[in-house]
Design a protein around this ligand. Sequence first.
Ligand SMILES: Nc1ncnc2c1ncn2[C@@H]1O[C@H](COP(=O)(O)OP(=O)(O)OP(=O)(O)O)[C@@H](O)[C@H]1O
Ligand SMILES: [Mg+2]
Length: 222
Amino acid sequence: MTGTAPTLSVRNLAKRYGEATVFAHVSLEVATGEFVAIVGESGVGKSTLLNCLAGLDTWDEGSVELCGQDLSALGDDQRALLRRRSVGFVFQAFHVLPHLDVAQNIALPLMLLQQRDEARVEKMLGAVGLQGLGTRLPQQLSGGQLQRVAIARALIHKPALLLADEPTGNLDPATAQKVMDVLLAQTREHGASLVLVTHSEAAAARADRVLLLTSEGVTTKR
Ligand SMILES: Nc1ncnc2c1ncn2[C@@H]1O[C@H](COP(=O)(O)OP(=O)(O)OP(=O)(O)O)[C@@H](O)[C@H]1O
Ligand SMILES: [Mg+2]
């Protein structure tokens, strides 16, 4: 890890299922603290790309460097450790664990790093507007509240990179804006980079850069 390496550096990435190419020639860099939005048609491979960036999926060509480390050069354990330390992920479906309460869901990344920090969990609950709801189960929350649980969980361990897949997808515009406010405030508070996949023009408008993903690669929209 060096101070000058971009948080994320993707070169000529290609992903195929058998004969079918999802995308190819995908190259992009994300600087420390930068907010990049990725847009593109449904099915073009945005979620697949995010999974590759997190080292959760494999690819067929090209390379992904996270915090200066080439993911392909790492063994499974090292890659998992780098991901746990350096990446927060807000999934397109929230993936909150139904049997854990809100505070336990948020604390999960800390647990995986064998850390405990109840004060930080409490602070995070407040920061995302869920103070007092830590002992509720996910089924007792609204969609917007669940989305904020997912955001708090993705940022609790202060990752260098936050990957967020449609974090405001199912929300009304006012709630979506509030969720984006929380997401950006928390990301900026500790200088994390943010890669946001979104169909929302309002959300993309807040990014430093907007990239369009097509099957042939990424182009800069703005
Ligand atoms: N296991 C698989 N085998 C074959 N094709 C797959 C598999 N998983 C995903 N795909 C295909 O890969 C493509 C990319 O899917 P992905 O979920 O990444 O799209 P997306 O851009 O995130 O779409 P959306 O905007 O609807 O979320 C899709 O065309 C999908 O059908
Ligand atoms: Mg998707």
